[in-house]
Design a binder for this molecule. Structure first.
Ligand SMILES: Nc1ncnc2c1ncn2[C@@H]1O[C@H](COP(=O)(O)OP(=O)(O)OP(=O)(O)O)[C@@H](O)[C@H]1O
Length: 244
């Protein structure tokens, strides 16, 4: 489970997070939905311990990220930009490298890597260098790296950005699989269709604050609209920075 409580973060002149609180539960896909500049990336970076909040607490399975970053990160997988893989490594080398970075021994990392390769059906490309990989192959390698240490929680910042339709579909089905296995999946997006298709719970954010929380259906009901896009615009009071 991921929980943020009263998070605030000022960056320069901007109040990027403003008393932000929400929970993302295990066995659910939670979407952080907000227009450009809403604070989604800042929130996810804070959860991963890459940014220190000015105020408030970020917890992974009840562990305060600021107080015990190593223990928190052991229960957290971060989906990296699939376009930034190390080209000279094979997926097996790449995944195993991150498994060891997460604290596993060499032998444990080897087993964990094999398990991730099986889960994401990477066998046929596991020993080829990443250079020249298709988008789908990159995406699967990146996701395998995020889950190799079997974290309860996985966070993804705009995971489908730049992916083609096939890779996007593949990623969606992988996220569904993680949910079915009981993981807590939290991802940021401003793509309405994606959020409507995937999420059990949507946290609508604007200007660093939570504006509304609920299932896509519930948000439509709250706003008195039939489409999530219309509901979202009504809830945040603007249509700036939204993708359909
Ligand atoms: N390093 C930085 N320097 C200056 N301002 C920043 C920095 N990082 C974030 N901000 C500001 O903080 C606010 C929140 O940014 P953030 O990237 O978290 O939004 P976002 O919801 O992820 O947006 P997007 O959908 O466009 O990626 C924005 O106004 C942004 O300009």
């Amino acid at each position: 489970m991921i929980e943020v409580k009263h998070l605030s973060k000022r960056i320069g002149d901007v109040q990027a997070l403003d008393d932000l609180s929400f929970k993302a539960l295990n066995g659910q896909i939670t979407g952080l939905l907000g227009p450009n500049g809403a604070g989604k990336t800042t929130c996810l970076r804070t959860l991963f311990g890459l940014l220190q909040p000015d105020d408030g607490v970020a917890e992974i399975d009840g562990i305060d990220v600021r107080k015990d970053p190593i223990a928190a990160k052991q229960q957290l997988g971060l989906f990296p930009d699939p376009f930034g893989l190390y080209e000279r490594l094979t997926p097996r080398e790449y995944i195993s490298y991150f498994a060891e970075l997460s604290g596993l021994s060499k032998a444990q990392a080897k087993d964990a890597t094999e398990r991730a390769i099986q889960m994401l059906k990477l066998d046929d490309i596991a020993d080829r260098r990443c250079k020249g990989f298709s988008q789908g192959q990159r995406m699967k390698t990146a996701l395998a790296q995020a889950i190799v240490h079997q974290p309860t929680n996985v966070i993804l910042d705009e995971p489908t950005r730049g992916l083609d339709v096939m890779s996007t579909r593949l990623l969606r089905s992988n996220l569904q699989q993680l949910k079915e296995q009981g993981h807590c999946v939290l991802f940021s997006s401003h793509v309405m269709q994606e959020v409507a298709a995937l999420c059990d719970q949507v946290i609508v954010m604007a200007k660093g604050k939570v504006v509304a929380v609920g299932s896509p259906e519930k948000l439509c009901e709250m706003a008195g609209e039939t489409s999530l896009e219309e509901a979202f615009i009504k809830l945040i009071g603007s249509d700036e920075g939204i993708a359909a």
